[in-house]
Write a protein that binds this ligand. Structure first.
Ligand code: GLP
Length: 250
């Protein structure tokens, strides 16, 4: 893994957006894996800025999001469909048919997971997968323990994850679904390159486990240690906060 620590969270997000923009400029038909969460809002803000300033072209890009809550249709305010529309899709020239998320309202969620894997395969696999880190160590919604060879699947959400994400649900914690559809760790490891962005002191202890601990299903993101092309971007709070991975003098 290559690790870069930027001056602050906004600069780390800007670097992530530039990395994506460079990949897209070099390969206009890029198959791009996307993530959600508060950390990614700044990435999409910068990506939209770059699109407006430079005309970065998304017209041939295909996107696959990591995950979606089980039971939520695309119009639900807590859904990741809605999140992506608000933060990226409506602001750039991605074609609607080229954006993919697992359908949380699919009548047969297991079949939807299998179909999602098929769609990724038919697109030629993911070139670049953007990732955030959950406080449980999850990537996508792969809560511990997460088998490293798992495909897209239905998972139970850890109560810590539901608490962390409760803010966007008008009904709070109780309104956060208990299950989700997510690319598996195996799906993520199959991406040709990965970009993990981690900011904020609350992530410092788990980031230390991800980078310095043994690669173990108990810390799902630690699987990235086995990825041949993974860039980790962090801000000083995540890298050096209490229990963080580096001391300042390191
Ligand atoms: C959700 C997403 C994850 C993301 C995580 C981090 O749980 N499913 O893919 O990494 O949020 O969220 P935040 O950036 O808000 O800390």
């Amino acid at each position: 893994m290559e690790i870069a620590i930027l001056d602050n969270a906004d600069k780390a997000a800007a670097r992530a957006a530039e990395h994506i923009a460079q990949a897209l400029a070099a390969r206009p038909a890029l198959v791009l894996g996307l993530a959600t969460g508060r950390t990614m809002e700044a990435v999409y803000r910068h990506l939209v800025r770059i699109h407006r300033e430079t005309g970065l072209d998304f017209s041939r890009c295909r996107t696959f999001n990591l995950d979606e809550y089980l039971g939520l249709g695309p119009d639900h305010p807590g859904s990741y469909h809605r999140y992506m529309e608000e933060h990226l899709f409506r602001h750039v020239n991605l074609r609607p048919g080229n954006t993919h998320l697992p359908d949380g309202a699919a009548p047969d969620p297991e079949a939807e997971c299998r179909d999602y894997e098929r769609r990724i395969r038919e697109a030629g696999g993911i070139d670049l997968q953007l990732l955030g880190l959950g406080v449980t160590g999850h990537i996508g919604f792969n809560e511990p323990p997460a088998p490293f060879d798992a495909p897209t699947r239905v998972v139970d959400l850890d109560p810590r994850t539901r608490a962390q994400n409760a803010g966007v649900f008008p009904g709070g914690f109780d309104a956060v679904p208990r299950r989700a559809l997510t690319m598996g760790v195996g799906t993520i490891l199959a991406a040709r390159s990965c970009l993990l962005l981690v900011t904020g002191a609350s992530k410092a202890p788990i980031l230390q486990d991800v980078l310095r601990g043994p690669a173990s299903p108990a810390v799902p993101a630690s699987a990235l240690q086995r990825h041949p092309r993974c860039l980790v971007l962090a801000d000083p709070d995540a890298a050096w906060g209490a229990g963080g991975a580096w001391r300042r003098e390191a």
